[in-house]
Design a protein around this ligand. Structure first.
Ligand SMILES: Cc1cc2nc3c(=O)[nH]c(=O)nc-3n(C[C@H](O)[C@H](O)[C@H](O)COP(=O)(O)OP(=O)(O)OC[C@H]3O[C@@H](n4cnc5c(N)ncnc54)[C@H](O)[C@@H]3O)c2cc1C
Length: 456
């Protein structure tokens, strides 16, 4: 490999972020090599691993548009207008995410998305190397060592700079940590998840409302279901690790079926292979990864889950990873000094990653415990009313995160102010008729400056 050219990147991981960054940088004329531990999903089918489908929101779509990937991806996407909340008695209620169909999120298939991005990366000129698992890095000689898991063969590859897009269990991060303290901390959530499948109806169509993210909130735990374009739904059950019910108390398919019959009865007839799915599919762990440093000089930088894995409850991990790619590409184009570009990228993205990590943790409580609570619903009504009264100042939390591209940290800070207002002004009342509008309006004007979506 020609390592004289400084406009050269070696990306570890051809997952979502790795493939998108490869496309962006190859288009900008960089020499890009991508090393992926798995086989080529276009040859042998997608090996998946976890979360079959994902919610794509505006931040992710914007990045896809920059890479000219949006059209191809959106052809397979299913619109989700809001949350379809399933009560224990089987009632369903749609809570819209935004004002109309311009404010929606999209369910996309992880494997299809990955394949689309890999094709684009290759067309842009990136060289993709499959069956290459990063195993170690010699930072003194700038050589990375890869293993082919099929035969155990090792391959030493010189590099100019490494980008770690190798996910939450990043091997590059481990190699960087051995070189320099990254201040790494992983906080496991005391809840895990299991995926199950709802097949199409007998007529081949969707068996429930397709244009929604279905939620069965049950206090300390919940189920969700996202539509797939082949007319199925992927159900994810989130449950504590200990207690009752939990992954400790529900130990097999039969016990899972009993739990569903008790707590999610309307879902039982929709999941014909519930017991088999339970036994077949792994239980996934959930964690938040915090790092003080994302880069080592001009030699290596981390992005996406490798830098800031988060719990999935805001549906933003991939969206945030895609924003990272656009940001890193911009900083790399702005200066020939790699160390400066990595540092500027880290300074821009780290506070924002932290903000969405925290909002994702908070959103779990909202999804599993609040969405069917009358106090929460009244606050939501007030939120929508204030958005109409003060469209440039009071922008609902979900809108700032999912339909805008303002920095996550700003969204979080404004959300906290807004939540305070909503709680204060709905205290002791049952409906909007009891609101003291003069007092709320004065508070909004005093505490929420005009908001511009500076990101464009
Ligand atoms: C249950 C669940 C639901 C989720 N739902 C959503 C959602 O709705 N919306 C959303 O935006 N995000 C969601 N996420 C988060 C999203 O999946 C991640 O944020 C996203 O996949 C991060 O992309 P990445 O490219 O950084 O990492 P990954 O997608 O994990 O890709 C890493 C790649 O690196 C490869 N790799 C790993 N180790 C090595 C190695 N040593 N050498 C070479 N290659 C290696 C892997 O094989 C993989 O291809 C969800 C996550 C989970 C767990």
């Amino acid at each position: 490999m020609d390592t004289d050219n400084t406009r050269s990147l070696t990306i570890i991981g051809a997952g979502l972020a790795g493939a998108l960054l490869a496309t962006l940088m190859a288009r900008a004329g960089w020499r890009v090599d991508v090393f992926e531990k798995r086989g080529d999903p276009r040859v042998k089918g997608y090996e998946g691993g976890r979360s079959i489908n994902l919610a794509l929101a505006e931040r992710g779509r914007h990045a896809l548009r920059i890479a000219d990937a949006d059209d191809a991806v959106m052809r397979q996407a299913v619109m989700m207008r809001g949350r379809m909340v399933h009560s224990l008695d089987g009632r369903q209620q749609l809570q819209r995410y935004g004002r109309d169909d311009s404010e929606v999120i999209w369910s996309i298939h992880r494997g299809d998305l990955n394949i689309t991005l890999l094709d684009l990366a290759e067309q842009a000129g990136a060289a993709l190397h499959f069956h290459r698992r990063l195993d170690g890095v010699d930072f003194d000689t700038n050589v990375a060592r890869f293993t082919d898991e099929r035969d155990g063969g090792t391959h030493d590859v010189p590099f100019v700079a490494l980008v770690g897009a190798d996910g939450a269990g990043s091997s590059l991060r481990a190699a960087m940590r051995a070189r320099q303290d990254l201040g790494e901390r992983t906080e496991f959530l005391d809840h895990s998840y299991k995926e199950l499948e709802i097949p199409p109806a007998d007529d081949g169509g969707f068996i429930m409302e397709p244009n929604a993210l279905h939620i069965w909130p049950r206090g300390h735990y919940m189920c969700i279901a996202l539509p797939n374009d082949e007319r199925t739904f992927t159900v994810t059950l989130f449950l504590p690790n200990e207690g009752d019910p939990s992954f400790a108390s529900v130990r097999n398919g039969a016990e899972a079926l009993a739990l569903f019959r008790r707590d999610f009865p309307d879902a039982v007839p929709l999941i014909p292979e519930l017991e088999q799915d339970w036994e077949r599919n792994p239980t996934g762990l959930l964690a938040t990864l915090y790092l003080d440093r994302w880069h080592v000089g001009d030699q290596a930088v981390l992005l996406g889950d490798a830098a800031h894995a988060m719990v999935p409850f805001h549906g933003q991990g991939m969206n945030c990873a895609f924003e990272d790619c656009v940001s890193l590409a911009r900083h790399l184009q702005a200066t020939p000094d790699l160390a400066a570009a990595f540092a500027a990228f880290e300074a821009e993205r780290k506070p924002n990653a932290l903000a969405i990590q925290e909002m994702a943790l908070e959103n779990y409580v909202e999804m599993r415990d609040k969405v069917d609570d009358s106090g929460f619903l009244l606050q939501r009504e007030l939120e929508l009313a204030l958005q109409q009264r003060h469209p440039a100042r009071f922008v609902p939390h979900y809108t700032m995160v999912s339909f805008m591209r303002i920095p996550y940290a700003l969204a979080r800070q404004r959300s906290e102010v807004q939540r305070g207002l909503l709680v204060e002004h709905t205290r002791g009342i049952d409906d909007l008729a009891g609101i003291d509008w003069d007092a709320v309006d004065a508070d909004v004007l005093a505490r929420l400056p005009m908001l511009e979506d500076g990101a464009g």
